[in-house]
Design a protein around this ligand. Structure first.
Ligand SMILES: NC(=O)c1ccc[n+]([C@@H]2O[C@H](COP(=O)([O-])OP(=O)(O)OC[C@H]3O[C@@H](n4cnc5c(N)ncnc54)[C@H](O)[C@@H]3O)[C@@H](O)[C@H]2O)c1
Length: 285
């Protein structure tokens, strides 16, 4: 049940692949709250995934685009404005992919051509979207733009690889562009740093199940789900958060502020049990 938080608002949602995608949940929640949306994803993702089904369900226009391609993105903005009959109010960037992770290249043996692709797809595409929207003056005053990030931008996480660098860049773009777009057009730009969430992109990370389990146990409120992330996006797109900009907003059940929990400490101590001799003396390796 919606509360009309986005009544009369219009927005573009990038990155809904299937019903596990965070962008899928965001699109559903935005429409439930009274918004009209357009959707975009790559032609390949549209063929392989179920984005068309979502577009039908939400009466949304689906516009294929590779987010690294400026002409494609210009088309998304132009066709969205045509569909909306004018400017729009919000944008979700929910795009991430690392060809190095896909090809199992470890961080100390990266392919630099693939690193460029990781950064282009996962971070620079955000700048491209913002630059095009600003040049076309496509976003209404007091509009809101969100990109999805992850805590590996600040703290090293096993297996996250070059995506950590992409997320650090993504968050920096939100600050740098947030200054300019805020000053000139009152458009706010933020990143939401989401808990590990079981989706197609998430599951590509090495040791992902253990990561989900660890952060679930470490967070006082538990991991934030994709549905809860959608709720947070709705609030950030609404008029209730007009002065929040250039922030990286943690949506992780408290995980990012934790150092050591009681349960984790107990588990850590237990792990040394078998490292004592019969007299209970610690065996140093
Ligand atoms: N799943 C998690 O654990 C988690 C946690 C924090 C942040 N995030 C971020 O959330 C966002 C959405 O990911 P998700 O977990 O919903 O997975 P997902 O696989 O459903 O979404 C990723 C999307 O990126 C799209 N994409 C890839 N290359 C593209 C390109 N060149 N042009 C346009 N789109 C392209 C894919 O088609 C897909 O729709 C990503 O930025 C991801 O890094 C995910």
């Amino acid at each position: 049940m919606g509360n009309n938080l986005l009544k009369g608002k219009k927005g573009i949602i990038f990155g809904a692949l299937n019903d596990m995608s965070i962008a899928w949940k965001v699109a559903e929640r935005c429409v439930e709250e009274g918004a009209i949306v357009t959707l975009s994803n790559t032609p390949l993702a549209i063929r392989m995934g179920t984005t068309e089904e979502l577009a039908q369900k939400l009466n949304a226009k689906l516009i294929p685009a590779d987010a690294t391609n400026v002409e494609d993105l210009e088309k998304v903005v132009d066709e969205s404005m045509e569909f909306f009959g004018g400017k729009f109010d919000f944008v979700l960037h929910s795009i991430g992919m690392s060809p190095n992770v896909r090809k199992k290249r470890p961080y100390d043996n990266l392919d630099y051509g693939l690193l460029n692709q990781t950064l282009d797809i996962s971070a620079i595409s955000f700048h491209k979207i913002l630059q095009i929207c600003k040049a076309k003056d496509a976003i209404n005053d007091w509009g809101s733009v969100i990109a999805l990030s992850y805590g590996a931008a600040q703290r090293t996480m096993f297996g996250y690889n070059d995506m950590a660098d992409a997320k650090a860049m993504l968050e920096s773009i939100a600050r740098s562009f947030g200054y300019i777009y805020g000053r000139e057009k009152h458009v706010r730009i933020n990143t939401i740093s989401q808990s590990p969430t079981v989706t197609t992109a998430g599951s590509g990370i090495k040791g992902f199940d253990s990561l989900v389990d660890f952060s679930e146990r470490m967070s006082p409120l538990g991991n934030a789900t994709a549905e809860e992330c959608a709720d947070y996006c709705v609030v950030m797109f609404s008029d209730l958060t007009k002065k929040v900009t250039m922030q990286n907003l943690y949506h992780d059940g408290g995980y990012s502020s934790m150092g050591m929990s009681f349960r984790a400490m107990e588990q850590y101590i237990k792990s040394f049990d078998d490292l004592t001799d019969e007299q209970g003396n610690i065996i140093y390796g």
